[in-house]
Design a protein around this ligand. Structure first.
Ligand SMILES: C[S@@+](CC[C@H](N)C(=O)[O-])C[C@H]1O[C@@H](n2cnc3c(N)ncnc32)[C@H](O)[C@@H]1O
Length: 497
């Protein structure tokens, strides 16, 4: 590989199940992981002694060798790879000894196939991208702000300290003296390098993976999910109850619910009643935090013994083929690979069994109040659209959600039969700005792509601005004009016999 084949390097990491993410390895996660980090350091040192010596890194082209970066590369890659594997297995980012060993094996395999320099260069550009991102937006900052990490959280000063001389040497940043202050500014070449690196991260699906990981944090962290969503979506229980009625399930079914969240469908809409007596309902979700809230609701509903819970991703369901009569889920397809998810749902139902989903689809964002309120996001979307990966399509319908045609097409593609569907919509009310913004940004996680374009402190600033704008919009438009009908599809199909 040529030293600047960043995209090729990123693809190699994916191929060997290696995930380089320095953002995951920060002082907070390290203190939460305790002795796991010591073990990771020990293993990374072993990798360094075997593969990371300077002579093995001869093919770095223009890049300078740094002993510190070579070590960091192995340590952070090992730990972030193991953290992601642990999360896939347990829902939490706490790696076991086996996760660390597996991560080490994957890294060794990658190094032996493509060479240590590929890993090093890929790491270097991931870090370089994160270093340049705040400069790409703000053009400059004082050297002092840079070192205290004002815009580079969670990179610690001692790592920024190593990267800066390299950035200056490579002329992507330059140091200026202005009014007695030392100011770091991005150069034209730095802007080009940033855009190129960012595009490589998009093209390799790396950004998408980072966004997926951020969903994990978000769902785990939203403690007031039910309150937020009921305020914005007053008819949410009714909508789900209508769906269960529409499905018209027999009682005493053996059922699997995917992405159950806090149990809105499971309990509030009465799904559990179809698993009475000899039936059974296993409610699953990939977020520990969401499952905890669902378990609390289970107690509130008298702890029916026919309901149990399991941590599981809908993309890898831990159940044998042909296990359930019914597999069902609501409002989750926009967070997952829909094809994988529906295939998995079909796999675990018996021949003749039912797969069913209630899912929102793309809605119109042309309403004046919405444009007014979410203007900063729509602007970011405009930038993204210029790179053809934005979140609103030409008709100004949001693409956070699938289109109404996508959903039945996926059902047919995986081979489900006797597909039937109906449409069902209910209003979202954009009233209390704090609640609306919390729900949309933290809750249903819209705008993640847009927000990921920004340095972390600017994300916060945009969220604050949205709350502020919401207050103005509330004064300007009567509540009747601050509503959007969220369209939904109720769909079911049967597994071929
Ligand atoms: C918008 S909530 C919907 C929850 C619930 N079904 C409802 O209708 O209110 C989306 C849920 O999908 C879950 N989720 C996201 N990715 C998932 C995955 N890969 N596997 C399983 N659940 C996932 C989230 O943790 C969250 O609980």
């Amino acid at each position: 590989m040529k030293p600047v084949d960043f995209l090729g390097g990123l693809k190699s990491t994916m191929e060997f199940q290696v995930f380089i993410d320095p953002l995951l390895v920060n002082s907070q996660s390290e203190s939460a992981l305790g002795s796991v980090t010591d073990r990771a350091r020990e293993m990374a040192q072993g990798l360094h002694e075997t593969y990371g010596q300077m002579k093995a890194l001869a093919d770095l082209g223009e890049l300078p060798y740094s002993l510190h970066i070579a070590r960091l590369c192995l340590y952070e890659t090992l730990l972030s790879t193991a953290m992601v594997a642990a999360h896939e297995r347990t829902g939490q980012m706490v790696p076991s000894e086996l996760d660390l060993q597996n991560a080490s094996v994957h890294i060794k395999e990658m190094i032996e196939h493509v060479g240590i320099q590929v890993l090093y260069v890929t790491y270097y550009y991931v870090v370089g991208h994160d270093l340049l991102q705040p400069f790409a937006y703000h053009k400059e900052m004082t050297e002092y702000d840079f070192f205290i990490g004002v815009r580079h959280y969670p990179y610690p000063a001692e790592n920024l300290d190593i990267i800066l001389p390299i950035a200056l040497y490579r002329r992507v940043l330059r140091l200026q003296h202005r009014d007695g202050e030392r100011v770091l500014a991005i150069t034209k070449s730095g802007t080009r390098v940033y855009s190129w690196a960012h595009q490589c991260l998009i093209d390799s699906n790396y950004i998408e993976k980072r966004i997926h990981l951020s969903y994990v944090y978000q769902f785990d962290a939203v403690k007031d999910w039910d309150e937020l969503s009921h305020t914005v979506w007053p008819e949410m229980d009714q909508a789900r109850t209508d769906y269960i009625k529409w499905l018209d399930l027999p009682s005493e079914q053996s059922m699997l619910e995917v992405a159950c969240g806090t149990g809105a469908l499971t309990f509030d809409a009465g799904l559990y009643q179809h698993a009475a007596t000899r039936g059974h309902l296993v409610a699953t979700d990939s977020s520990v935090g969401m499952l905890e809230q669902a378990q609390q609701k289970h107690r509130k509903y008298g702890a029916p013994i026919t309901v149990s819970f399991e941590l599981a991703s809908v993309e890898r369901l831990p159940f044998p083929d042909d296990t359930f009569d019914v597999c069902i889920g609501s409002f989750f397809l926009h967070f997952v690979n829909p094809h994988k998810a529906i295939s998995e749902m079909m796999r675990v139902v018996r021949p003749g069994g039912i797969v069913s989903v209630f899912q929102g689809y793309d809605f119109d964002v042309n309403k004046p109040f919405f444009k007014d309120w979410f203007h900063p996001i729509l602007e970011l979307t405009g930038n993204l659209n210029a790179n053809s990966s934005g979140h609103f399509n030409a008709n100004n319908r949001t693409t956070y959600m699938p289109s109404a045609e996508n959903i039945p097409a996926w059902f047919h593609e995986v081979g489900l039969e006797q597909v039937r569907l109906d449409l069902h919509s209910s209003p979202w009310v954009f009233d209390n700005p704090d609640v609306v913004v919390q729900h949309i940004v933290r809750g249903v996680s819209f705008f993640q792509k847009e927000l990921h374009e920004l340095p972390w402190d600017d994300r916060r600033a945009v969220i604050e601005e949205l709350i502020q704008r919401g207050q103005d919009v509330r004064r300007k438009y009567p509540v009747g004009e601050r509503m959007i009908e969220l369209p939904g599809v109720m769909i079911q199909g049967a597994k071929p016999v």
